[in-house]
Design a protein around this ligand. Structure first.
Ligand code: GDP
Ligand code: CA
Length: 320
């Protein structure tokens, strides 16, 4: 008999990983079944013949306890010998460093893809190595890499816009070519429908959660599930915490505020997704605006500064 996962998390990379660690420890201390984490694959790309999945790897490495917490990406204690060799040939992207250990993951992934495995099977294969304490699912098996259309009409892969240009080229639109024909990865809709709680991690609403919600069937499953859908604000005190999510929000006309992001996700009672929204103590004044949207506001500390803080935040989200 399989145990239906009680908790589903929708997540991007680093913010998603920190939150997922909190959810894992909160569930473990309650003796409950591990969560299913639906991960954004809009960040994925092909580079020098290999397939990268930055958000999947951020969560994989964090749950495995092998992530580089100083840099915020990649493996701890990694080296860059292969990267320098690739650069010496003038191949790849000089501004996109791939660590040697990280390349091991990418080669395993690419090899499996070339042998005909689906991205879901590949994520399961990568997960098997570690004791993750959660099930990772890509949002879809389709390749729907995020593109950014910038002011002069040029179109860039999200990673080039984000990592090379540091989000300084003014974006007009974020697109996931092919997403309209994509389907959720096996297990995603079933997990959402069978859940008691679905948590939207404090990930970038536009380029991390946005692509997940753009996969036809996922939004519908969130609207139809009996689970409570609880979101966590990535905005604290009217600012994005780490990174450049405000540029993305502005581009799609969403105010960089906790209530602005809550309004963007919307209330389930009004064609949206949320039953409850966790906002920071710094944003407590926005609670009434959230309530007016038809979403239950829950004011809690939102800084995931250490494991205890992330666990407390996850605990608050689970009970919201
Ligand atoms: P990425 O894919 O690596 O960019 O990571 P995510 O999309 O998962 O998360 C990025 C978002 O996490 C940023 O927009 C931040 O505002 C948010 N974030 C980062 N650290 C924290 C934190 O400690 N608390 C909260 N509430 N949000 C955070
Ligand atoms: Ca990401």
């Amino acid at each position: 008999m399989t145990v239906t996962p009680r908790v589903v998390v929708l997540a991007g990379g680093v913010g998603g990983a920190r939150f997922s660690l909190g959810v894992r420890s909160a569930l473990a201390s309650r003796g409950e079944a591990p969560a299913t984490i639906v991960v954004n694959t809009g960040d994925d790309l092909w580079l020098t013949g290999i397939r990268l999945q930055p958000d999947v790897d951020s969560i994989l490495y964090a749950l495995a306890g092998v992530n580089d917490t100083q840099r915020g990406w990649g493996r701890t204690g990694d080296s860059e010998r292969v990267h320098h060799e690739v650069q010496a040939y003038g191949a790849g992207w000089p501004w996109f460093t791939l660590g040697d250990l990280d390349l091991g993951t990418h080669l395993a992934r690419t090899g499996w893809l070339r042998e005909g495995l689906t991205p879901s099977q590949v994520v399961a294969g990568l997960s098997r190595r570690w004791d993750l304490g959660a099930t990772l699912l890509p949002m879809t098996d389709a390749e729907v890499d995020t593109h950014v259309v910038v002011r002069d009409g040029e179109r860039l892969h999200f990673q080039e816009w984000w990592t090379r240009h540091r989000a300084t080229l003014e974006p007009i639109a974020f697109e996931n070519p092919g997403v309209d024909a994509a389907t959720p990865a096996p297990g995603v809709v079933e997990a959402i429908r069978g859940a008691d709680v679905v948590l939207i991690a404090p990930s970038n609403p536009v380029v991390s959660i946005g692509p997940i919600l753009a996969v036809p069937g996922i939004r519908e499953a969130l609207r139809a599930t009996d689970a409570r859908v609880v979101g966590v604000s990535p905005i604290i005190g009217g600012r994005v915490v780490r990174g450049m999510a405000d540029v993305c929000l502005t581009a799609i006309g969403v105010d960089t505020s906790s209530s602005g992001v809550a309004a963007h996700y919307g209330a389930r009672a009004a064609d949206g997704l949320l039953d409850a929204w966790l906002l920071a103590e710094e944003d407590a004044a926005s609670a009434s605006a959230v309530e007016a949207l038809g979403i239950r506001p829950v004011v809690v500390p939102l800084w995931m500064t250490d494991a205890a803080a992330s666990t407390a935040l996850a605990e608050a989200a689970l009970t919201a």
